[in-house]
Design a binder for this molecule. Structure first.
Ligand SMILES: [Zn+2]
Length: 177
């Protein structure tokens, strides 16, 4: 089963940063965050920046190609943590797109984490806290550099009729903690 079957081109969006190396070059928009700050720390209100350590913002929503999330460039194998608490809705692998990915159903949104280096370290149905490690940054699927592709979808959620929300303002807020 493949829920992407009828969505040709969907994951063209997931692409990424053909040129970007992790050398710290900020692509498209976005400042460089020298890290340390948000990375994986649990936020005061139950939120956490989803990548540990130094990171830069890559392509955002749209990006002229229907990109459905925000790319965050970070070192390969850096921990990815849950941005918000929730229950793991899907764990899957998609060679042509998302690579190793997890979808976590939160209170308001579904949070999607793609291109992990290995299978996520959480299981379907499991509850996770904000700041809890769920995997590691990688470049699996359609990706050319280690990065986290992060999406947020309103209820009823990811490919369940929910709408995509621009995650960048949320990320910026969590990044400041
Ligand atoms: Zn992306």
């Amino acid at each position: 089963m493949n829920r992407f079957t009828s969505r040709t081109g969907l994951f063209a969006a997931v692409t990424v940063l053909a040129v970007a190396s992790l050398a710290g070059i900020a692509i498209a928009s976005g400042g460089v965050n020298t890290g340390g700050g948000g990375g994986g720390k649990k936020g005061g209100k139950g939120a956490a920046f989803p990548v540990s350590g130094k990171h830069t913002y890559g392509d955002g929503l749209g990006a002229g190609r229907g990109h459905e999330g925000q790319d965050i460039l970070a070192g390969c194998r850096k921990p990815i943590v849950a941005a918000k608490p929730g229950r793991v809705r899907y764990i899957d692998y998609q060679a042509s797109g998302a690579g190793n990915y997890a979808v976590i159903k939160g209170k308001k949104f579904d949070y999607v984490y793609m291109h992990m280096i290995h299978k996520p370290s959480v299981k379907k149905g499991e509850r996770v806290k904000a700041g809890e490690k769920i995997g590691r940054v990688g470049s699996t699927g359609r990706s050319t550099a280690c990065h986290l592709h992060f999406e947020m979808w309103r209820k009823p959620g990811w490919y369940r009729g929910g709408r995509i929300v621009n995650p960048k303002p949320f990320l910026k807020r969590w990044d400041r903690r």
